[in-house]
Structure formats: C-alpha cells, structure tokens
Design a protein around this ligand. Structure first.
Ligand code: 13P
Ligand code: SF4
Length: 323
C-alpha cells in the first residue's frame, strides 16, 4: 500500500483509509485493484495491476476474503480460481462493454460454424464464454499464448476484434475474430491525437492494443497497462500521450515522477476515456462491501469448473514463460 494522497474523510465521520485498513486486518482480507480504478482505491490496495497480474495475485493470496476493485469479469475470474475464498466486488453492476459484446449463446453458434478451430478468449469475457474457450489470454500474454499453438492450428479469437487484429498482424496468423470491442478504447480521435502529437513533437504516443488499428498505427509503443507503465519508467522521453483508460495516469505519475502524461483525447468532449464500469466502484462502496461482506461473487459449480480449465492453461503457459 502507498501513502494515501487524500485523507478519505466521509459521511462515516472517520478516516475511510484507516477504517478499511482495520477491517482488512480483522477479516484477513486483501484488496486487489486494477489500474483503471479511482486514485483513492489504487492507494489503499494491497496490489495494483493489469488483468494478468491480478489473476496471478488472486491465485497466490492467502487471505480469506478478496475485495476485487475492478469489474465483474475480473472478480469472477478470481472466484473461479479461488472457490473457497469469499470474493467481493464493491459495485456488482461494474460490468464491461467488451464482455457484454459477446453473449454465450451467440458465441456458441459462431463456434459451431468453425468446428476445427480452437478458441482463445481474452480474459475480458463472462464465465459462460470462458467455459466455451480452450485458452484464456490477457493483453500481457496474448502474443505468447497464440504462439504456443502450432502455426497450422486454426483459431477463433474472442471477444476483442482490435486485440485479435493486432495479434494477427504481429504473428501473420489469420485468426477468425469475434466482432467485439471496448467502448473506452474505441473512443479516441485520430484527428485530435495527430494534432496533439504535432503540438508535442518529443512526446511518445503509447497505446493499449484494445485501440482501433488506425490509432495503433500512430503509436510509438503498444502494450498492456503494465507494459505501458513500465515503458514510461524506462523510456528517456519526458512526455507521453496515453491512449488507454485515464486511471493509469495516477500510477504513471507515482512511478515515473516528474514526467508529463497527457490522456489521448476522445472524439467528443465527454470524459469517455474514463471507463464508466470501472468508475462505479468508490472508496465508500469498498468500505461498505468489506464491512457487510456483500456483494459477493457466487457461481454455479459446473460453470466454474468449465471456465477454470482455460484459465489454468493460461496461467500454466504464463508461468512456464516467466510472464
Ligand atoms: P489489461 O489489464 O490487460 O491491460 O486490460 C485492460 C482492460 O481493458 C481491462 O479492462
Ligand atoms: Fe471493459 Fe473497456 Fe472498461 Fe476494460 S476499459 S472494463 S475492456 S469497458
């Protein structure tokens, strides 16, 4: 945990950071948070990471309770690999447009049309899609997961068409892509990014592979949220235009101090590069959920076991490759 940047004083008439810390100790709980969470939540978390890091940490934690400060598919993944632990999600409505773009019955029909294909699914999907998949991947290991299959193996990649197209380009494969996407990563304006790059000629333009191909073509570096964060630390550049959810900028400011981070502009004037699902979680909801131990992620055991197999495969391959 880093020193909170804000005292967290609230309607509870107490310091929320302190109260959450006490509850955590009392209940042997751990807080895992994605980089897209609001700064207060990142600051109180025991571990902050990208989807792969969060899944790996969920697997190795010895806590009795996991408070998952992220979205539903992430907390569900933690429950799938931790059936005996209590997994809590501060706001149970924290969903994901990408996951929603791939309903299991439609995907099953799509899969049935390609009987000789294996299915690699991006972790941003429901347990129902995971249960229909052969291997899961994240943006940190998608390339390596795809490379782990023989070149002649036919593959369906779901649900993110942008990440799938990027991996097809990198590997020369022709994976069949499900037509899904993330509302946050598709909002960036090519025209405004180009203007911004012209105004900051020494800035590095860095992008998450969930962005559209035209945006990725402008990028100096492409990677998962953890990879983008490491890049900002290691690069000699002083200014970065960042095309991913704006929550990561908080961590970049902490881990690459003194550098300048400019969120890539969306194609209108809204705060659309804030993920509305991720931002449903708040410090107060986190406190309430730890205190009351609800909302809890519960799952049908048959579905859990079917969804676990492709996650285990991903974790095994990642461990073998040191990812
Ligand atoms: P990563 O955590 O793999 O960078 O993915 C970003 C994302 O969109 C999570 O919802
Ligand atoms: Fe889903 Fe996109 Fe939000 Fe990530 S940023 S949780 S992929 S909607």
């Amino acid at each position: 945990m880093v020193t909170p940047h804000f005292s967290g004083s609230t309607r509870y008439g107490t310091d929320l950071f302190e109260a959450i810390d006490q509850l955590k100790k009392q209940k042997n709980a751990v807080i895992l948070a994605h980089y897209y969470q609001e700064p207060d939540i990142q600051d109180i978390a025991d571990y902050i990471g990208d989807s792969l890091g969060l899944a790996q940490n969920a697997l190795k934690t010895t806590a009795d309770i996991i408070v998952f400060a992220g979205v539903h598919f992430m907390a569900e993944t933690a429950k799938i690999i931790n059936p005996t632990k209590k997994v809590l999600l501060p706001d149970v409505n924290a969903g994901c447009s990408l996951s929603d773009s791939c309903p299991p019955p439609l995907f099953k029909a799509f899969k049935d049309k390609h009987p000789d294909h294996l299915v690699i699914s991006y972790i941003n999907c429901s347990a129902g899609i995971k249960a229909l998949s052969d291997i899961i991947c994240t943006s940190s290991n998608a390339r390596q997961i795809v490379d782990s299959l023989p070149t002649e193996q036919k593959i369906i990649f779901a649900p993110d068409k942008n990440l799938g197209a990027y991996i097809n380009k990198q590997t020369g494969r022709q994976m069949v892509l499900w037509n899904g996407s993330c509302m946050v990563h598709e909002i960036f304006s090519l025209e405004k990014i180009t203007k911004l790059k012209n105004r900051h000629p020494n800035a590095m333009f860095i992008a998450h592979p969930e962005c559209e191909e035209a945006v990725l073509q402008l990028a100096d570096y492409i990677g998962s949220t953890t990879a983008l964060l490491k890049y900002t630390q290691q690069s000699p550049a002083q200014t970065f235009i960042v095309a991913t959810e704006a929550g990561i900028l908080h961590r970049m400011q902490i881990e690459a101090p003194g550098k300048t981070f400019i969120p890539a502009p969306p194609n209108n004037s809204c705060a659309c590069n804030d993920c509305p699902h991720m931002k449903l979680n708040t410090l107060e909801k986190l406190y309430d959920c730890l205190k009351n131990e609800t909302p809890e992620i519960l799952m049908n055991e048959q579905l859990r076991l079917a969804a676990k197999k492709p996650i285990d495969r991903m974790l095994e391959i990642s461990a073998r490759l040191g990812l």
